[in-house]
Design a protein around this ligand. Structure first.
Ligand code: MGD
Ligand code: MGD
Ligand code: MO
Length: 757
């Protein structure tokens, strides 16, 4: 290899993840966002008994009481919200929407917290302050003029259980099940796949299970950045000698080496701990083949040696094994090797480690779900665990890493476009109105309805809908077709600025802030990735006296839109205990809700598979048949077609960009890069630092991201990676997993060519 050319901002990172670098970055985040003296105090309250739940990720907290647990990225999430920067009405008077749209996503949010309810004024192309009640009245008027199925109710997973529950009540009394949700872009394959396999769409492990696991298989997630508190758990497991086998096309530093900032010894000695015992750089989209290879090898071992499968468990608890095994027999090693990019001996090695382990946990994230066969991928993971009875015993189970801190809770309390009849009946009994049973829109369907002009209004409980969705070229203009856009948020983002005929921005309280209602100080509840429900109460003085809580804003709109409502909205928001009483009456598993969240640490919702009970139609856990090894058509076989993965940098939270670095991948001060393997660069005659254009292979349209700098990175051959959300211009809206509707953000067929300019 010739000497590598210097590329601005690209410096390979050699240290471990975590360690002093993480502490330094935490200090920087605090310094940049908050000159206020409250900063360190805010952080000390994160995940404490009387404090608030970290808005960062959905990883649980050990005991959620005693330990002082926050991480670099949790600190960024907290300080980003608790910032002293503000965007008051004077700012909006001085800046037209057209001028604000020129700013980057980073600049928009970095301007600070929203302070007043705002309405868009078309004559001046600016937002101006509006009275809350006037805004609600006008929104109510518009909603009453529309048919309920013309309105889309989007939820982003930071909303509390209480806010989400009121929101679904509002939409259902209004008359629709149109609940596009961030989960539709995220773990929907888990919510659709796992119920078919094990009877519930949630993970089955608890934090304690990691203490007795004998093997951890980690597929398609990047915890050093996205679930940093999980690194403490993996670090502990590794030090206990538990093998951790990683499948990831990219070398992710935190999965290789990690120095725990909570470990005095590692901090004092600048040492670190190895995380992955084996690291397989599987091809993007090659996990199904890899999983099938491991399972095929297990069958072969069983045939030769016996005692590999848990036959008693399979006989007593499962159905579908024969068809599943026959399909594995019929799948050739040749196909498995080609589609996974891994070798038969590699996968046999994993099978051997798996056969030796008495308790295995498989963890996974977006690398599994955001694919054309995301749901089928999730089911293969369940199959692997079923083969050796790894459900309902200590140290074993499936561990999907959820995204937003309460995305799982939102689902539990009714944010779904396909509600069950049983749930609707309970709502009817408790509230006295008949909710609609016809299924509504998910996120992609909602955007499609907007593009087609069928949807007329979009209400967003948080999030950055248009930017998070694929296909910006179609999605951005669709916002302008709407009669009404309403955005409940803490900070300004691009979706708010893609104005509709009438547009409102409602500033809300964040997790860190004191929520006072007529009944006193309120707390909210959230559910983490491991089905633990607990309370969270902010303490900071709100960013502005005009902010309202999410439940109060939802109630305000509901009262205005539903003159004959059967729900006592004002009473519910005077004291959130009353919302929780209603949740208890209508959602199974919340018995004694108010009493149980007052116990430190909260409580766990029922998880039948942990007791080897399977709420599937057959009453058994179900093996699946994947059929073949490929997740999509042969387009990837064509010449020079690469598979584009879209990923998060270390300094971002979804569409929120905290800063421009991606420290562990060695990228500083920029995001306009394409990670490429040596082999692909050589084959295409592209050099490290060359400017390239990326083009999606879509029939009939050209989707293109020009002038990106190609950089050499350790990534599986045939796979390339770029940052989300910028790369969303390359993802076609209809390129989805058909079973779950989730966009295939991690396997877009692209060509990379030298930049035209
Ligand atoms: N700081 C921070 N925390 C977050 C978020 C954030 O943006 N910032 N987002 C939150 C949300 S909503 C979510 S959903 C989670 C996301 O957490 P992750 O699931 O970790 O999300 P991604 O960054 O998309 O990274 C996925 C990983 O999968 C790998 N990958 C890509 N394609 C494939 C594949 O085909 N196979 C395999 N085996 N691996 C693949 C990528 O290389 C990358 O390491 O994190 C949550 N927490
Ligand atoms: N290409 C590509 N696209 C992706 C993904 C990918 O990996 N690749 N990942 C997908 C995934 S996993 C997800 S979950 C979605 C995320 O999609 P969303 O959840 O819609 O997006 P976020 O970026 O999390 O939303 C950020 C906004 O939330 C608002 N906000 C922050 N805190 C609060 C609060 O407490 N209350 C309220 N009401 N608002 C608040 C702020 O105004 C902020 O601008 O994106 C998806 N899109
Ligand atoms: Mo997510």
């Amino acid at each position: 290899m010739t000497k590598q050319r210097e590329v601005p901002g690209i410096h390979p990172y050699d240290g471990p993840a975590g360690g002093w670098g993480a502490l330094r970055a935490t200090a920087q985040a605090i310094q940049q966002q908050m000159q206020s003296v409250e900063a360190p105090i805010v952080l000390l309250r994160t995940n404490q008994p009387d404090g608030f739940d970290c808005p960062g990720c959905a990883w649980p907290d050990k005991e959620h009481r005693s330990t002082f647990q926050f991480c670099e990225n949790g600190a960024k999430a907290v300080t980003w919200e608790a910032t002293t920067k503000r965007v008051p009405p004077e700012f909006f008077a001085a800046n037209t929407v057209a001028s604000l749209l020129q700013k980057t996503d980073y600049e928009l949010e970095d301007m600070g917290r929203l302070t007043h309810p705002l309405v868009y004024d078309r004559a001046t192309d600016t937002f101006r302050a509006v009275d809350w009640e006037d805004a609600f009245a006008r929104i109510g008027e518009i909603l009453r003029s529309l048919a309920p199925d013309q309105v889309e109710f989007y939820t982003s997973g930071r909303a509390s259980n209480e806010a989400a529950y009121l929101y679904q009540l509002f939409a259902r009394e209004y008359g629709t099940n149109n609940f596009p949700d961030c989960s539709n872009m995220c773990h929907e394959p888990t919510s659709v796949g796992l119920p078919q396999s094990i009877g519930i769409g949630k993970g089955t492990v608890s934090l304690e299970d990691f203490d007795s696991a004998e093997l951890i298989i980690s597929i398609g997630h990047n915890p050093g950045t996205n679930h940093p508190r999980m690194m403490g758990t993996l670090h502990e497991a590794s030090r206990r000698g538990v093998p951790i086998i990683v499948f990831n096309p990219l070398r992710e530093r935190a999965l290789e080496r990690f120095a725990d900032p909570q470990s005095m010894f590692e901090m004092a000695t600048f040492s670190s701990t190895r995380i992955a015992s084996t690291y397989f750089q599987v091809d993007a989209g090659g996990d199904a083949a890899a999983l099938k290879g491991i399972m095929k090898a297990l069958l072969a071992m069983e045939a030769e040696e016996g005692n590999v499968l848990d036959k008693d468990f399979i006989a007593a608890h499962t159905e579908g094994f024969d068809a599943f095994a026959a399909d594995l027999e019929a799948t050739s090693w040749d196909d498995i090797e080609k589609a996974s990019g891994l070798t038969q001996p590699d996968l046999e090695h994993v099978a051997l480690a798996y056969a030796k382990s008495n308790a295995t946990i498989v963890t996974y994230g977006m690398g599994i779900t955001q694919h054309n066969k995301g749901t089928a991928n999730v089911r293969l993971i369940a199959d692997l665990l079923l083969m050796r009875g790894n459900f309902g015993k200590p140290g074993a189970g499936i561990c999907p890493l959820r995204g937003h801190s309460n995305v799982q809770g939102n689902r539990t309390v009714g944010i779904t476009e396909k509600p069950s009849q049983a749930f609707l009946k309970l709502i009817e009994n408790a509230c006295g109105f008949t909710p609609p049973s016809e299924h509504g829109h998910d996120a992609v369907q909602a955007m499609q309805a907007m593009i087609d002009g069928k949807a007329k209004a979009l209400i967003c409980l948080g999030g950055n809908f248009a930017v998070a969705l694929p296909d910006s070229e179609q999605s951005f203009p669709a916002m302008a077709k709407l009669d009404l856009g309403v955005h409940i948020g803490t900070k300004l983002n691009r979706t708010h600025l893609l104005v509709s005929k009438e547009t409102y921005i409602f500033p809300c309280l964040g997790r860190t802030e004191l929520d006072m209602q007529t009944g006193g100080r309120q707390s909210i509840t959230v559910e983490d990735s491991m089905s633990m429900v607990h309370a969270s109460a902010g303490k900071l003085t709100p960013a502005s006296e005009h902010l309202r809580s999410e439940p109060a804003i939802v109630a305000g709109m509901a009262r205005a839109a539903l003159p004959n409502t059967k729900v006592s909205w004002m009473e519910l928001i005077s004291d959130y205990d009353k919302i929780r009483d209603l949740i208890e009456q209508t959602v199974p598993g919340f018995e004694d809700f108010n009493a149980r969240i007052r116990v430190p640490g909260g409580f766990r919702l029922p998880l039948p598979p942990t007791e080897r009970q399977w709420h599937t139609p057959s009453g058994k856990a179900m093996f699946s048949v994947y059929g073949g090894v490929k997740e999509d058509a042969d387009v990837f076989g064509a010449e020079n077609v690469l598979r584009l993965i879209t990923i998060r940098s270390h300094d971002q939270y979804n569409t929120t960009i905290y800063a421009m670095d991606d420290r562990y991948r060695g990228v500083f001060g920029r995001r306009d890069v394409l990670f490429m393997s040596d082999e692909d660069m050589a084959a295409l005659g592209i050099e490290h630092g060359d400017l390239v254009d990326i083009e999606t292979l879509t029939p009939g349209r050209t989707l293109r991201l020009p002038n990106i700098t190609a950089i050499r990175y350790s990534i599986a051959k045939g796979s390339v990676a770029a940052y989300y959300p910028e790369a969303n211009v390359l993802v076609p809206l209809d390129f989805i997993d058909k079973e779950s509707g989730t966009p295939s953000y991690k396997s877009v067929p692209v060509r990379v060519v030298r930049a035209a300019t």
